[in-house]
Write a protein that binds this ligand. Structure first.
Ligand code: SAH
Length: 213
């Protein structure tokens, strides 16, 4: 795989679109500009990589739209070395963004095909998650909890209780909640049994699926 001047030019254009759509974080724009998104989708479709849209990655899943990735990442307000649990590894693109931003990433994917691909691809590109796990994101990773941040990249009908309990006090979860469309929800854990919720607009995600159905 090559990252040519043409790809780099297309990435610059994408960055300008993200700025126009309201993404302000210099750090996030810099890493989106750096990471070749076309390395995360099928080679035959690489021309789609720099269009601001979600795109199929197999197993009926999609790589999230760049704007959505940038928006969710902004809401996380990451600091260096924070422990982040990501649910829905998918292509691994969002994982790479988090690692570039110096997070320690624990990521879970329930589609075996996508899990295998991301597990192979990420290290080839120089990205090393702490853990990349094949399993059910609803369960989280209790043995590695608590997390500073939890990022869900699939639409959940409700906020999974088990995941809330794996958040540090003072930690933040970003989760799209809803059926057909989802409300981007920011949850701050303020105490042992206390959470504050804020909503940040409507989005459209593939569903966060339970077990193997
Ligand atoms: N961050 C990914 C987004 C992929 S779409 C990317 O940008 O490529 C959402 C992903 O969540 C899909 O890969 C889907 O298989 C996965 N997913 C859905 N339900 C899940 C669950 N319960 N546990 C873990 N992953 C899940």
């Amino acid at each position: 795989m090559k990252d040519t001047p043409k790809h780099q030019g297309l990435r610059k254009k994408l960055i300008n679109q993200l700025i126009e759509k309201g993404i302000r974080s210099k750090e996030i724009l810099t890493v989106i500009n750096k990471i070749p998104r076309h390395f995360f989708i099928d080679k035959d479709f690489e021309s789609h990589a720099y269009i601001d849209k979600a795109f199929p990655i197999g197993s009926e899943q999609t790589i999230s739209q760049p704007y959505t990735v940038a928006f969710q990442t902004s809401l996380l307000e990451l600091k260096e070395n924070e422990k982040v649990l990501e649910i829905g590894t998918g292509s691994g693109y969002q994982t790479a963004i988090l690692i570039e931003l110096k997070a320690k990433v624990y990521t879970i994917e329930r589609q075996h095909h996508l899990f295998r691909k991301a597990k192979k691809n990420l290290p080839l590109l120089g990205y090393y998650p702490e853990i990349i796990k094949y399993g059910d994101g609803y369960l989280g990773l209790k043995e590695h909890a608590p997390f500073d941040k939890i990022l869900i990249t699939a639409g959940a009908v409700e906020i999974p209780k088990k995941l809330l309990l794996q958040l540090k006090i003072g930690g933040v979860m970003i989760i799209p909640v809803g059926n057909n469309t989802q409300k981007m929800t920011h949850v701050l854990r303020t105490g042992e049994n206390k959470y504050q919720k804020k909503i940040f607009g409507e989005f459209s995600f593939v569903p966060m699926l339970k077990n193997k159905n």
